[in-house]
Ligand binder design. Structure first.
Ligand SMILES: Cc1cc2nc3c(=O)[nH]c(=O)nc-3n(C[C@H](O)[C@H](O)[C@H](O)COP(=O)(O)O)c2cc1C
Length: 404
């Protein structure tokens, strides 16, 4: 009997580091989302997690990946898997760019710095938002990794030109012009909570703060949150509480049109990514303007509800402009296998936002490392199981839509 008991009992060493303990239980991004939900105040979690109106698009972005099933091939020698790819002339160890997210410090006080450092460790490109809560220079100081700068086009073009000059000087390699936010989508979770940025700890949020002591303690000890790249240059620089809708309405240039691309070309001599393309027609116009990459994106379901799902738009866009511009799929990526599916359909790369924000909210910078590690391991496993060793092996015949 003792021999049997001895053969089955295993005592693992006790893990004393609480973050390592937490991460050991995070088998996937959904687990990290649940952990972030527990650790962050409700309003903060909903700002990250939520989408526009009925959140139909938010849900469909992810569901589309489940609707695309594998047609795996076997006996193909998958001893050595390499998911590396080239995007805008740079080699990436996997086809993933960390999407720009405003107010990243809301999830963890290190915010953009933590994400940029984790991206550099993974060899991936990090995109910094205009609404970043760490400045262009602060991010460049902590990361020598590849970086893109995302631009919301403010009415004050002098300010935009200045930001582009600073991004160039700081070594950012490309700009992303986000074009799906002429006005802010109606994010009804934020409306219900009266959510403002930066979050204010008032009577309504005090209990939320008390029941999320880890986040609250981190938040109150850190410097105040502002839009760090524009602080002091504008009335609305994030130092006073403002609703996101008011901010977008007052600052962003609703008159922006394709004609303005020429202005960007004068200000910026590197690659331009247009993010928020949602139709074949606009992908074609982007190509006419010589745009180096389009990101098919509905802003993670945060802008126009019932907008097209990027994964489903990929094939028609490639039919129209494939080979003339790089095409990035953005929205709903929760697993490395999702990235593999987009690559099978011919994407140049994917972008992910919430996946890393959940990691950051659940466990800070190490949570982001954990997510990037999970996505990479998932990719390698999925590639091995469908019989592909390189990105070039990923072809449309490895997947099929369940609906036919
Ligand atoms: C909390 C949050 C903030 C975001 N802020 C920005 C932003 O400042 N600029 C931008 O171009 N996109 C922003 N996005 C959209 C992301 O860049 C990306 O399109 C989206 O997260 C992709 O969907 P996913 O979260 O399902 O990966 C934000 C998304 C989230 C979740």
């Amino acid at each position: 009997m003792w021999d049997t008991i001895r053969s089955v009992v295993r005592f693992k060493p006790v893990e004393t580091d609480p973050v390592a303990r937490r991460l050991a239980k995070a088998a996937n991004v959904h687990d990290l989302r649940r952990m972030a939900k527990r650790r962050l105040p409700g309003g903060v979690f909903d700002y990250i997690d939520g989408g526009a109106e009925d959140e139909v698009t938010l849900e469909r972005n992810s569901l589309a990946f489940a609707e695309l099933e594998w047609v795996p091939r076997v006996l193909r020698n998958v001893q050595a898997i390499d998911p590396a790819t080239t995007l805008l002339g740079r080699r990436h160890p996997m086809p993933l760019v960390l999407a720009p997210t405003g107010f990243t410090r809301i999830a963890d006080s290190q915010g953009e710095l933590a994400v940029a450092r984790a991206a550099e460790r993974a060899g991936l490109t990090y995109s910094l938002s205009t609404m970043g809560t760490r400045s262009i220079e602060e991010v460049a100081e902590v990361s020598d990794g590849p970086k893109w700068f995302q631009v919301y086009v403010w009415k004050d073009r002098g300010l935009v030109a200045e930001l582009l000059g600073r991004a160039k000087a700081a070594g950012f390699e490309a700009i992303i012009i986000t074009v799906d936010l002429a006005v802010l989508g109606r994010r009804e979770r934020d409306v219900r909570r009266g959510f403002e940025l930066p979050p204010k700890i008032g009577p309504s949020t005090i209990i939320d703060g008390i029941v999320h002591p880890g986040w609250t303690w981190d938040f109150v000890r850190a410097d105040p949150i502002t839009f760090s790249s524009v602080v002091g240059q504008h009335d609305i620089d994030g130092s006073t509480a403002v609703s996101l809708a008011d901010h977008a309405h007052q600052q962003f240039d609703q008159s922006l049109s394709w004609a303005d691309i020429a202005w960007f070309r004068q200000q910026w001599d590197g690659p331009i990514v247009i993010k928020g393309v949602q139709s074949v027609a606009d992908a074609e116009i982007a190509v006419e303007h010589g745009i180096e990459a389009v990101a098919l994106s509905n802003h993670g379901g945060r802008q126009l509800d019932q907008a097209p799902v990027p994964l489903e738009l990929l094939d028609p866009v490639l039919q129209a402009v494939g080979g003339e511009t790089e095409v990035i799929v953005d929205g709903g990526i929760r697993r490395g296998s999702d990235i593999v599916k987009a690559m099978c359909l011919g994407a140049s790369a994917c972008m992910a936002g919430r996946a890393y924000l959940y990691g950051l909210g659940a466990a800070g910078e190490r949570g982001v490392d954990h997510v990037l590690g999970l996505l990479r391991a998932d990719m390698e496993r999925a590639m091995a199981l469908v019989g592909a060793t390189t990105i070039d092996d990923l072809s449309p015949d490895l997947v099929r839509w369940r609906s036919g």
